[in-house]
Structures are given as structure tokens and as C-alpha cells.
Design a protein around this ligand. Structure first.
Ligand code: FMN
Length: 175
């Protein structure tokens, strides 16, 4: 099977990660793949914040946990050491589509370099909070940004779960 299609079919969401930090070169490659996602009118507006600092990663995890309403101690990033936060310019018409496509590229690229990943939601609610708007400002990021998703990345711990059977009846041919 063609390598790209194979990766698309074999990528799975990982919900248990080892704490080990992947090499920066791998993380850079994944982020770079995100930059090559298609974007409406070729605007390339979507940005990615690559978080590898453990203390910061834990703070974001805690913010995410609170948005999700989980008890203290639960890590919604399942132990992943790298969090790639995708944000899109909400003043642009197609920003959610553009941001989602970047997320897809990141997850596929992670799989292709032998890492696990998962889309973790609630970035929208996080980046509506003053603390996290300030965080963006401190990085020099100005503007109206909506959190699209977190791509949590790391080495999978344990077995890769099998894909759920594909639902039937979702393709309609009009030949
Ligand atoms: C928009 C979106 C949001 C998601 N948010 C979460 C999440 O917050 N937590 C989580 O554990 N999984 C999340 N997932 C992962 C899905 O549950 C997962 O993709 C689905 O169960 C199918 O599994 P697969 O990715 O292995 O095919 C999200 C996926 C998408 C596309």
C-alpha cells in the first residue's frame, strides 16, 4: 500500500504516553508538516505553539482538566510530554477548517516518524481565558486567536489500540 495512505489508515489516537521527550528534530518535522497544510485562499494564517517545557505543559494540562470538569490529578494529555497547540485567526472566514487541517497533518506526521499523538480538545475555552491570552502575548503573538486543538505527542506506552470498524454507508457514488 502507498505509504501515505498506510499512515492514514494506521494512525491511532494514543491515550497512554511514556514521559520521555522525543528528539527536537522529530518535533520540528511534525510542526513543519503542519505548515504545509492547505489553507483557504492560501493564507497560511494558522499558528502552532510547541510546548516542551514540563512545568508549562502541566499548567496547560491543569487548565484543560478544569475546562473538562475532571477531578484534580487527571491528566487530559495522558502523559504526553509534547503539546502542539494549534490556534487560528478567528477574524478569518475559514479559520476552523484551516486549523483542523493543520491538526490532521500534525497527527499523521507524528505517526510517520514513529510517535503517538492525539487531538485533545478544549483549546477554544482555554484561550478564551485571560491567563492564556497573556501567555500568547508574552510569546509576542498578537491578534484574535481561537484555540483549535492540542496535538499531544510522545512515545506510546503499551499497545497501539486497533482501529474501530469503519461505519458502513458513508460513501455514495454518483457515476
Ligand atoms: C475534534 C476532535 C476532538 C477530540 N478531542 C479529544 C479529547 O479531548 N480527548 C480524547 O481523549 N480524545 C479526543 N479526540 C480523539 C478521538 O476520540 C479519536 O480520534 C476517536 O476516538 C477515533 O480514534 P482514532 O483517532 O484512533 O481513529 C478528539 C478527536 C477529534 C477529531
Amino acid at each position: 500500500m502507498n505509504e501515505v495512505i498506510k499512515a492514514m489508515e494506521e494512525r491511532r489516537s494514543i491515550r497512554s504516553f511514556k514521559p520521555d521527550m522525543p528528539p527536537k528534530a522529530d518535533i520540528q518535522q511534525i510542526v513543519e508538516a503542519g505548515l504545509y497544510a492547505a489553507s483557504a485562499r492560501g493564507r497560511q494564517d494558522v499558528i502552532t505553539v510547541a510546548v516542551t517545557n514540563k512545568e508549562l505543559r502541566d499548567r496547560i494540562s491543569d487548565a484543560n482538566r478544569k475546562v473538562g470538569g475532571w477531578d484534580e490529578g487527571f491528566d487530559p494529555f495522558y502523559g504526553a510530554p509534547v503539546i502542539l497547540i494549534v490556534l487560528a485567526d478567528k477574524t478569518q472566514h475559514n479559520y476552523v477548517y484551516d486549523g483542523s487541517l493543520v491538526m490532521g497533518n500534525l497527527m499523521l506526521a507524528a505517526h510517520s516518524v514513529g510517535l503517538g499523538s492525539i487531538w485533545i480538545h478544549r483549546a477554544k475555552e482555554e484561550f478564551e481565558q485571560e491567563e492564556w491570552k497573556r501567555f500568547l502575548a508574552e510569546l509576542g503573538i498578537e491578534g484574535e486567536w481561537e484555540g483549535i486543538g492540542h496535538c499531544a505527542v510522545g512515545y506510546p506506552k503499551g499497545e497501539i489500540p486497533p482501529a474501530a470498524p469503519r461505519k458502513e454507508g458513508r460513501v455514495f457514488w454518483a457515476e
